[in-house]
Ligand binder design. Structure first.
Ligand code: ATP
Length: 424
């Protein structure tokens, strides 16, 4: 398992994302699941809501008919076989219509001669067309990965549930290139590593589960989702797919250019196989935000109760790492607080706040998820210590100012998280 971290850190290159891939249409058309970018509404409905009712049909005779049917014939088959929507129980089907899964636009300043192009529905193809470039210039040896963050566009039938499903979103994808025959080992490796990564964020282990796909896209030989328990139920957060050599081989075929890897050990050259991890940045943001938002009733020192809103966002992801709070706005405390702020600001995003009572300021920072509040009081001027208050437990410790950077760093830095993963 130690290898996982090495591969995460050393064997993954990042390439700069582009909003619109300057790729030719044919590149986009290789998109596995998206096919030509067009699917019938019937297929879309079947895949999303009726559990592949049509596509999963066991009867080979019906399957052949389905695969070769045009839209009118498809409707007739549905009527002939008396197919019922298992969700609604209805047989009241609309006509089958073509549905565009991709967004089409025109490239060219004048309308005559302008080419139709498609906005990319996933970032993966940009990685595939750059595979050889990265492998050669980086002198990479298999296995290695290329990771990218970028915009993706899908003409979703229904975009909903806040930012869960959008037509324009941000994807974070990695294509991991491996020797043919080793893809299953790496598929399992990335499935487990990605699950550990999610759990290490501390949002709650029971909020995650795997969903292994029975029905595979034509280019895949294994696929699973990591599902997360959103407020509206368990839904896909990330996909892990073993994509075989489908993409690189298709690019090789269409471009007429060899995309081979020469293996120095086995003295053979081959098209690498690919294991993909793919997650939506926006969906990940929604997962973190929805799990982190908490309304709590707390007991005060005098026995009475109070409530607070606290965003239990993982410290590594919190936008503000520490709040610097002089207890009062006099007696030299603001000056001392500014001094501490001026030291810490080079390491962390800190906020200085001197307005309102200290209690109100704690609440404000609880609500935006600041993991630490550092309070500067009269004792600070005497012994150079501050009160460090933890957001989640509300526990308070007295700590020396010289140790602050180290203490905060230990909890907010990704180093710790990566080290923890390495231990697993
Ligand atoms: P879903 O079943 O939710 O439609 P998918 O199986 O089509 O997702 P993939 O093609 O595997 O998703 O895309 C990888 C990841 O990209 C998803 O796990 C998700 O995090 C994100 N994603 C996909 N579609 C959208 C969208 N419309 N809006 C936001 N994020 C998305």
């Amino acid at each position: 398992m130690k290898k996982s971290i090495e591969y995460t850190l050393n064997n993954i290159n990042t390439i700069i994302p582009e909003i619109f891939d300057s790729l030719k249409t044919k590149v986009i058309l290789f998109e596995g699941e998206m096919g030509s970018g067009k699917t019938t509404l019937m297929e879309a409905i079947a895949s999303k809501h009726t559990k592949y009712l049509l596509l999963d049909c066991d009867d080979p005779f019906v399957r052949i008919q389905l695969e070769n049917a045009n839209t009118e014939e498809l409707k007739q088959i549905i009527l002939d076989y008396d197919i019922t929507d298992p969700v609604s129980g209805s047989r009241n089907w609309t006509d089958v219509r073509q549905f565009n899964l991709m967004f089409e636009t025109k490239l060219g300043s004048v309308s005559e001669g302008a080419n139709s192009i498609y906005l990319r529905p996933e970032t993966a193809q940009g990685i595939f067309v750059n595979y050889l470039n990265v492998q050669k210039t980086g002198r990479m040896k298999l296995p290695f990965g290329i990771a990218q963050i970028g915009k993706a566009f899908r003409n979703e039938i229904v975009a909903r549930q806040f930012i869960f499903r959008m037509r324009e979103f941000e994807q974070m994808e990695m294509q991991f290139f491996v020797k043919p025959g080793e893809e299953m080992k790496w598929y399992e490796h990335w499935k487990n590593t990605r699950m550990k990564w999610h759990k290490a964020l501390g949002l709650g282990d029971d909020k995650y589960r795997f969903h292994d796909h029975d029905k595979l896209a034509h280019y895949a030989n294994a696929a699973a989702d990591i599902e997360f328990e959103f407020p509206f139920g368990f839904k896909e957060l990330e996909g892990i797919h073993s994509r075989t050599d489908f993409d690189l081989s298709s690019h090789e075929k269409e471009s007429g250019k060899k995309i081979r890897y020469y293996d120095n050990e086995s003295k053979e050259s081959y098209v690498p196989y690919v294991v993909e991890t793919s997650i939506g940045l926006d969906r990940m943001f929604l997962a973190v935000l929805s799990a982190a938002y908490t309304e709590e009733t707390i007991k005060k020192d005098d026995g009475s109760t109070d409530s607070r809103v606290v965003l239990r966002i993982p410290p590594q992801l919190a936008p503000v790492k520490a709040a610097i709070l002089p207890l009062v706005r006099k007696d030299g405390l603001p000056e001392k607080a500014r001094e501490i702020m001026n030291e810490l600001k080079f390491d962390f995003n800190c906020q200085y706040d001197e307005k309102d009572s200290i209690g109100k300021r704690y609440r404000r920072h609880d609500a935006i998820g600041t993991p630490f509040c550092l309070t500067i009081d009269h004792q600070t001027l005497e012994d150079n210590t501050v009160t460090l208050r933890y957001r989640d437990s509300m526990k308070q410790d007295r700590v020396p100012v010289d140790k602050l950077s180290e203490i905060v760093d230990d909890l907010v830095s990704f180093k710790k998280l990566l080290r923890d993963l390495e231990m697993i």
